[in-house]
Design a protein around this ligand. Structure first.
Ligand code: BV8
Ligand code: ZN
Length: 251
């Protein structure tokens, strides 16, 4: 894959780089994207319903079972070359901010530190009523997808829910503010593996673009963000990212 000299120079000289990832960065680790995760029991379910507080209160075992099936898949996945290249970027860039829409821990397991999780984490269950973190460690999730009764909160007895941001819920304010700040102050933003369909995450590349940053999209296909990126590197993250790092930082 060939990169423009201006891209290579800008990334090489950038003092502040922001990386925004979506489910596509974990695809090559075998972790299904949000929509692709609607298989088996959850086939034909509307993801916006299944991924919402309303969906959970309508049928807690169905939603909890879906998240446990996804947690099983993350626990049995490995970071891929894209996660590792993003982690390695930190060695070359004075200030790197990794922002993810994903609820998996693959960036952290690849070595990225201080990852900003816009939509929470599948590893931080909390009480659906008092919001307190679940006090006990979760059992290992079953290999077979099934409906599962969620555990109960040790403080108030209500259902435990996934510690993620569902549709209709606000993003954690401090995480959002740090992400916004990174978007408006970076010289380069890499937007990797996201369709740009979910708000307000999709605003971050627009903020960067409007603030004059060079916004590079890495995706096998075009997305809702096409009008806000400087250029798109068409391809899989696991292939493009290591090649890009090689081209920019090895002389
Ligand atoms: C909120 C956690 C309001 C759960 C997720 C306008 C403005 C503001 C809000 C809205 C708005 N319009 C609509 C809304 C509401 C809604 C929204 O955005 N709806 C969308 C569908 C239109 N937004 C919200 O509800 C947000 N909250 O706005 O609150 C509010 C305000 C005040 C007071 C109260 C409320 C909350 C949104 C968060 C939802 N939670 N995740 C979970 O994961 O289970 S979002 C979830 O879906 C994922 O996190 C991801 O971000 C998103 C999309 O998932 P995917 O499709 O799987 O992934 P992605 O889009 O990233 O696409 C995959 C991409 O990868 C593709 O482009 C593909 O080509 C590419 N790819 C594939 N393979 C590879 C690859 N790329 C590279 N390499 C590869 N190998
Ligand atoms: Zn509680």
């Amino acid at each position: 894959m060939k990169f423009s000299q201006s891209l290579i120079d800008e990334l090489r000289q950038a003092q502040q780089v922001a990386v925004l990832t979506g489910a596509g960065v974990s695809a090559e680790s075998g972790v299904a994207t949000f929509r692709d995760a609607l298989t088996g029991l959850w086939f034909n379910f509307d993801p916006e319903l299944l991924g919402s507080a309303e969906g959970f209160s309508n049928n807690p075992p169905l939603v909890w079972g879906w998240y446990e099936a996804r947690r099983y898949s993350v626990l049995n996945a490995e970071p891929n070359p894209a996660h590792r290249a993003i982690a390695a970027l930190a060695k070359h860039v004075p200030k790197l901010t990794v922002i993810t829409q994903n609820i998996d821990d693959l960036h952290e397991r690849a070595g990225s530190e201080r990852v900003l999780h816009l939509h929470g984490s599948i590893f931080q269950p909390k009480c659906s009523r008092c919001d307190l973190p679940y006090a006990s460690p979760l059992d290992s999730p079953p290999e077979v997808e099934q409906m599962l009764e969620p555990p109960r909160c040790t403080y108030c007895g209500n259902y435990i829910r996934p510690g993620v941001v569902w549709f209709g819920e606000t993003l954690p304010t401090d995480i959002w503010q740090q992400s916004e700040q990174a978007a408006i102050t970076c010289q380069v933003m890499l937007v990797i593996g996201t369709s740009g369909m979910v708000w307000p995450a999709a605003r971050l590349p627009m903020l960067a673009h409007n603030a004059g940053a060079r916004v590079i999209q890495i995706n096998p296909e075009s997305t809702e963000l096409d009008d806000y990126v400087t250029e798109t590197l068409i391809g899989k993250a696991g292939e493009v990212m290591p090649t890009l790092l090689q081209a920019v930082f090895t002389r």
